[in-house]
Design a protein around this ligand. Structure first.
Ligand code: SF4
Length: 467
């Protein structure tokens, strides 16, 4: 490493967690704000190797506080192209976490960094952080001929930078909106999050951008072209198994291989049975609400609770880590704009709850007739008030309740013993059955039948072993 920094830098620190009692300061995160951005710029606009800081550095900050934080990486090189910006941007997470005593979470305008007391005591500065990033990016990507870093901690400068960054994110995301899964021959895979979620693989398609929202299909294509053996690679689509659910043999096979055989099937556009795995970097979580047979979506910025009474952070802890949780899925906010968004489950017709700020952000993607029918925390704070609201506005899921109620009634009115008066083939005070597929995170569900009587049309007894 060319730069001299007062703490160690290396891959071994990537998984380092800095707990609250070890924290010197937080940068951006839930108690403040910020953003990160990579831009490819003409080489004559870059003062190579320089780090600029606008606002206080770590040593000037008060212990225990959270500060605004923006970081802009400007890179140049003859073969650099704009499509690579998102890919490089995602590596800020990985490379920042190489710095001992410095932790980086999330992406884009929801980043959250933390500096440990030890690192602050040793004299780590934000200029050091910028220098480390320059060294690591240049050594990993020799095509970067020049690079400079601009860091903002002044509140006004950070606000201005965050607005500019949001415009760039929007421009990148909107490029993809006209393209669909069926328009392309290949998808892309990203295994970057396997360092902390070993079973997780993002399948990036035009209709389903990466869960972190940072790598679109275009960016996946640019990264795979430059480094086909890197963490972002091509996935052949293979055979189309189910168009509505978004199941293809190619992603199934690659996910099976990259997840160490733990995940065999992936539905790109459904929350049920085989949803996309969730790492921990997702911008939002889709969650099934059995009580209303609808789906809610909560994003990372939402500080309150969901109708389940738990906040985003608790839910993220249950569904993250690379697991496939039936009824839950991590997603990018941009996925809510996809015409295929959870299409197998009913798409927008099934969405019943969104935080107000998220609803406002994606309002133009919500079909006009549904805009007033989707509850926010203002209309529904728990399952009871959600149910009341949906009934009042006649949300499309209400008609599902009526169908379900009719089916239940049919079951209730069915004779409890065979019409011809048969005898039960088995009676037991208690039978337990393990059931998979009920959308509760974390574990399977056990159903207990009390005083059970089992009737059967035919009983077949087979003997195992000899004969
Ligand atoms: S969330 Fe997906 S696309 Fe984003 S870095 Fe992780 S694996 Fe890659």
């Amino acid at each position: 490493m060319a730069s001299k920094v007062p703490v160690d830098v290396g891959l071994i620190y990537e998984g380092e967690r800095i707990r609250k009692n070890q924290m010197y300061v937080d940068l951006a995160g839930p108690k403040s704000f910020g953003a990160e951005l990579v831009r490819v710029v003409p080489m004559d606009e870059i003062d190579d190797g320089k780090v600029f800081l606008e606002g206080p550095d770590i040593g000037d900050m008060e212990e225990g506080k959270a500060y605004p934080f923006g970081i802009l990486l400007e890179v140049g090189g003859k073969s650099m192209e704009e499509d690579l910006e998102g890919v490089l941007e995602r590596r800020i997470h990985e490379f920042s976490n190489f710095i001992q005593g410095y932790m980086h979470l999330n992406s884009r305008d929801i980043i959250w960094c933390r500096v440990s007391k030890d690192a602050a005591k040793k004299g780590l500065t934000l200029k050091h952080v910028g220098q480390v990033l320059i060294d690591l990016f240049k050594s990993e990507w020799p095509m970067i001929e020049k690079m400079q870093v601009k860091i903002y901690t002044d509140p006004e400068a950070t606000t201005k930078f965050r607005e500019a960054a949001r415009e760039v994110y929007e421009k990148r995301d909107s490029r993809l909106r006209g393209l669909r899964d069926e328009d392309v021959d290949v998808f892309y895979g990203c295994a970057l999050c396997q360092s902390f979620a070993p079973q997780h693989l993002c399948t990036i398609t035009p209709s389903r951008t990466s869960s972190c929202g940072s790598i679109s299909w275009f960016e996946g294509r640019a990264a795979a072209k430059i480094d086909p053996n890197g963490p972002i690679f091509e996935i052949p689509k293979g055979e189309l198994i189910d168009e509505v659910k978004g199941e293809y043999s190619g992603p199934n096979e690659v996910t099976h291989e990259k997840s160490g055989g733990t995940v065999d099937r992936v539905y790109l556009h459904s929350i049920f049975n085989y949803p996309h795995t969730s790492c921990g970097c997702f911008e939002a979580i889709g969650f099934y609400i059995p009580e209303v047979d609808g789906i809610g979506v909560v994003h990372r910025d939402h500080r309150g609770t969901t109708p389940f009474g738990i906040p985003f952070s608790t839910m993220a802890g249950q569904v993250g880590g690379g697991v496939q949780s039936d009824g839950f899925v991590g997603m990018a906010i941009e996925y809510l704009r996809s015409p295929k968004m959870l299409q197998a489950d009913g798409g927008w017709n099934r969405i019943v709850w969104l935080p107000k700020s998220l609803k406002e952000r994606v309002l133009d993607a919500i079909p006009e007739e549904l805009r007033d029918k989707i509850a926010t925390e203002e209309e529904a704070v728990d399952l009871e008030s959600l149910k009341e609201f949906l009934k009042k506005v006649d949300h499309p899921v209400v008609s599902r309740w009526e169908t379900e109620a009719a089916e239940e009634k049919e079951v209730e009115t069915a004779p409890s013993v065979p019409a011809e008066g048969g005898q039960p083939v088995m009676e037991a005070p208690e039978i337990q059955a393990q059931v998979q597929g009920i959308p509760l995170p974390g574990s399977n569900v056990t159903i207990i039948f009390k005083n059970a009587k089992i009737y059967a049309e035919k009983v077949i007894i087979t003997r195992k072993g000899k004969n």
